[in-house]
Design a protein around this ligand. Sequence first.
Ligand code: GRF
Length: 191
Amino acid sequence: MKNIAIFASGAGSNAQKIIDHFKQSDKARVTVIVCNKPGAGVLQIAEREGITSILIEKEAFLHSDKYIQLLKEQKIDLVVLAGFLWKIPANLVQAFPNRIINIHPALLPKFGGKGMYGHFVHEAVIAAGEKESGITIHFVNEKYDDGETILQERIIITPEDTPESVARKVQALEHQWFPVIVERLLTSSES
Ligand code: GRF
């Protein structure tokens, strides 16, 4: 049984999809939810699902090995960033080489980087007159939205689309693909 840690700061709809995907699985399970925001929706999901949640402190996260030790103790195989807004410090990246992935709600390298999250992404996509957008699932390195791409999936943008409608279409792709890719990564590392 592989262990997944989900890092999330927001509502947690992607976290919920991943939890649901592995509920009946004998391959993997969501072992811990790591959050930096008191009151975030994802914490209620953790509670309802009976999954341990950890509220992290910025100082210790950025300047110590506290959370690395904790993830190692929990025997975490894959760290999944699902709407986690802090940059991952180098020591954590190095402790889990190619074992931290992120989902971004646009086609990187476009519309990525610091400050590009949530509705800011979709507003920028519409303002730029893009004809398509989508999702990028990628490995995490020391820079924002920069690691090697694992998967991109696209949606078409029509003249009627708004940032809100693009957000809905992109979220549907996230929910469809993120659990599948998590499973693929975990099972392909079995050999
Ligand atoms: C998603 O759009 C994801 O791409 C992003 O943050 C959002 C998280 O949404 N990086 P939710 O909390 O999973 O609903």
